[in-house]
Structure formats: structure tokens, C-alpha cells
Design a protein around this ligand. Sequence first.
Ligand code: AKB
Length: 326
Amino acid sequence: MAKKEMKRVLVTGAVGQIGSELTMALRERHGAENVLATGRKTRPSQALLDSGPFEFIDVTRKESIEAVVDKYAIDTIYHMAAILSAVGEDKPWLCWDVNINGLKNVLDIGVERGLTRVFVPSSIAVFGPGTPLADTPNDTVLRPTTMYGVTKVAGELLADYYVKRFGLDCRGVRYPGIISHETLPGGGTTDYAVAIYYGAVEKGSYECFVSEDTVLPMMYMPDAIKATLDLMDAPFADLAHHNDFNIAAMSFSAGELAASIRAVMPEFTCTYKPDFRQAIADSWPDSIDDTAAREEWGWQPAYDLAAMTEDMLAALRDKQSAGLLK
Ligand code: AKB
């Protein structure tokens, strides 16, 4: 049997929606003691705390990241800490500071400490006016109208520059809206696609902040984790792209999402009251072409809307029975 490569992993943003589940998957793979979870302020769940090491850091302060990289002899970073699109519009300069200066700190440490690999997540928020909205190609117009999108375009370019100029091995995907039941998303435009399931289970109803016909690319968390790990496993020599892979799983309107819940819970009702997030959603694609990810590292999603809805509702009902939901 091939010798398993030893890894010492740091996850920034480990208390967030993707980071919390990614940390658990990485602990499973590499051994809990080899995966350091970090967050800035929010208290981690007891499960995260109990499952392995945790430290508070601030990614905008380079020395704060350096301290844990040195203390835990880190060789790989999954840099998940970010301010998302809706909060980014409320606090654009915080969004810039965390998403750009935080990323530059991580990339500089990657070069200075000779890290073997860095994961740099991007988003469908890189797209905007001028981008084809259907089957959006990987390599296309990137003119976002949100600060979050601006930081994600700049982040992709910056990370690609570190690959080319400094030989740092960094990779990243453009996540669509991610739907999950472990940790709530915080401050994104696609958050309605998670909140609708909580509304269904807790109250039998939901008021959606985008219109019924709003279509966005989405993905269930198990596929998002799989995409992240698969890209990080890919041989560097196989990659033509590095930090800007489109990944697709499903696309649906808010109305179709509500209908998929009604197929399981016929009494569920959904109303629509668009707010400022509608304009952000309208600037993003309806569907994504992920040929590059499929060809360069074999990307393949598993979940469609019906399978995701069944799993989400079952998981949230279990949480409710355990007294963890209203
Ligand atoms: C957001 O809505 O801001 C995020 C994203 C699509 O990156 N979920």
C-alpha cells in the first residue's frame, strides 16, 4: 500500500458554514490532531471544539496567522475566512480588508514558510454585467458589481500571480450557493436557499427575500466538500487553471426550490418579498459550465434538487427531535 502523505493542516474560517464541515472531513482524513481549526470571534460548536485543536486568529494580522502556522508546524492551509456578499455591501471596507489583505497574508506565509499547498475559495460572485448568464463559461467577462465580487476576482488573480511568480501551489473553486444543515451561512445572497428549509421545518412557511423566478447555481454541502478535497488531491501538473474553477451541481428558481419542499411537505407555503439582495442575485449567472473542472480534475457532483431536499428535511427533522430547533 502507498505510504499516506503526512499533512499538518490549518483551516481559517473554521466556524463558518463551509469551514466547519470541511474541518470535520479533514480531521477524518488526516487525523484530528493534524487539523487546526481557527476562527476570529464566533464561539465554535462543541463538536468542533471536542474533535481537535482550535485557536482564535485574525487573518488581517499576519503575525496572528504566523503564530499558529509555526506552533502547529502547518504545511497546508484551507483559507475559508471571508466576508460574504450581503454583509460585504453593508461593510465594503471590512470585506476588502478580510478578503484581500487576509488572503495576501496567507499567500505570503505560504511562500515564506514553504507551504506545500493552499486552498483559496472563490465564488460565482466574480460574475456580473456582461457575463453570459446561461452556462457561464469558465473564462469569461468578470465585472462584478458587489465588493465581495470585486475581492473574489482580485483574489483569483492574486493567487494565480503567486502560482506563476513564486511557484506557490494554490488552488480554488468558484462556489455556487451552498446548502447545508450543520452551520448556518452568514451574510450571503444565497442564504434564502438554506433558510427556506429551516422555515419549512420550524414553521411550515417561509418569506423569501428574492423573487419566485430568481434562478441561481446551487450545491449541496457534501458535493462542496468533495469538490474542495478532489481539487486539493489533483496533481499540480494536470491543472491548466488554478484558482478559478467553475463547479456546477444544480440550478433552480426560488419557486422550484419551494415546490421541491412541497413535494415532501404539501402544507408548506412560501411568499416572496425581494430586498436589496435581489439586485445581487440578478447580477449572477443562472447556470455554470464546469467543463474545465471535469476535464482537469474529474469533478462530478452527486446531489440534485430532489435528493438534497429529502436529505435536508430529514436532517432538520432529526435536529428538531433532538430539541436543537424550534
Ligand atoms: C453569497 O451568497 O455571498 C455566497 C456566495 C455565492 O459566494 N453564498
